[in-house]
Design a binder for this molecule. Structure first.
Ligand code: BDR
Ligand code: CA
Length: 320
């Protein structure tokens, strides 16, 4: 069977790294390119991390640099969540292979045309690169089979009251993508929460990749310290092993793998708020057709938890 051709657009990022592993360690996927964006840390950092991950995971693909800043809003970052270098402070060896000379938008378009409508995009950071490709190449939308994206929230945000980080990072780009006509499956924060794993399960998954041990140990240490700080803040002691841990970006990559099998979605119209003084980057979900617009998103609701866990584990086992 033909493998699924995929481009991963990403801002690695701890959960980005896990999502990349979930696809790199899956035999059904052919990663054609990793394109990088500003996001969790600046573009230089996310690109270095992507180059290092390509070598560590032995992925035979292009790494191409994208946008250093959002289309209109000011640049944001999340190093307080992912560590100064985006990789929980773990310093990977300098990469030996270079970044592509071509920009992310040109790489996306060229590969999409080559794949002739079969290309899937897995988008794990602010959507600037995808939006710029759509704007530069008006026929791009015809060549993309589907976007699986981590972003948005049907409830509260994580980086502002209403906005999830990836969308807040470039709301205008999100709106360009939402209105592009490309089929979209959205793994929002609500889906992430539905698919949370326990600390013990995370340990088991990370522990199955001997080759990645220094990296996963840094991730785990970072998770445990984060968890301790949260416990301190709420004044409660909760055992890490039984607490809920969410690997947001991996819910989008595994949604692709489980689509047609156990992924449950609901059609809806999603609009991104680009102008609200307090609600910039909020994703507005119209589940009941109030906006009288054609649904533009399949919102991920749930997928088989055991299969999710098993797919992650077997991808990590690939790096034994
Ligand atoms: C998203 O924001 C980033 O910090 C993560 O990598 C993920 O893509 C979750 O809001
Ligand atoms: Ca990300």
């Amino acid at each position: 069977m033909r493998k699924i051709p995929v481009i991963i657009d990403t801002d690695p990022g701890i959960d980005d790294a896990v999502a990349i592993i979930s696809l790199a360690g899956n035999d059904k996927v052919d990663i054609k390119a990793i394109t990088t964006t500003h996001g969790n840390v600046g573009l230089e950092g996310t690109t270095r991390n992507a180059l290092c991950l390509r070598e560590l995971l032995d992925i035979d693909c292009i790494v191409s640099k994208g946008a250093a800043k959002p289309m209109i809003v000011s640049l944001k970052e999340a190093s307080s969540v992912h560590g100064e270098n985006g990789m929980a402070g773990y310093e990977m060896e300098n990469p030996t292979k270079r970044v592509s000379d071509k920009a992310a938008w040109d790489v996306m378009y060229e590969i999409a045309k080559e794949e002739n409508g079969e290309l899937t995009l897995v988008v794990l950071g602010p959507m600037t690169n995808v939006a710029l490709t759509i704007l530069k190449y008006p026929d791009f939308f015809k060549y993309v089979k589907r976007i699986y994206m981590m972003g948005g929230s049907r409830d509260f945000g994580n980086h502002s009251q209403n906005a999830e980080f990836n969308i807040w990072g470039d709301p205008h780009a999100c709106q360009v993508v939402l209105t592009s006509g490309i089929p979209i499956t959205m793994a929002d924060m609500g889906f992430g929460q539905e698919m949370s794993l326990t600390g013990a399960e995370i340990k088991e998954i990370y522990g199955s990749a001997k080759k990645l041990k220094p990296l996963t140990q840094a991730f785990l240490k970072h998770d445990i310290e984060w968890h301790e700080r949260m416990c301190e803040r709420i004044g409660q002691e909760i055992d890490f092993d039984s607490s809920d841990i969410i690997i947001y970006d991996a819910t989008a990559s595994v949604a692709l793998l489980l689509d047609g099998e156990s992924l449950v979605t609901e059609d809806c119209t999603v609009v991104c708020e680009t102008q609200g003084s307090e609600t910039e980057g909020q994703t507005v979900f119209d589940m009941k057709g109030h906006l009288k617009m054609k649904p533009n998103v399949q919102l991920a609701i749930t997928m088989d938890r055991e299969k999710y866990k098993r797919l992650l584990k077997s991808a990590f086992e690939h790096f034994e």
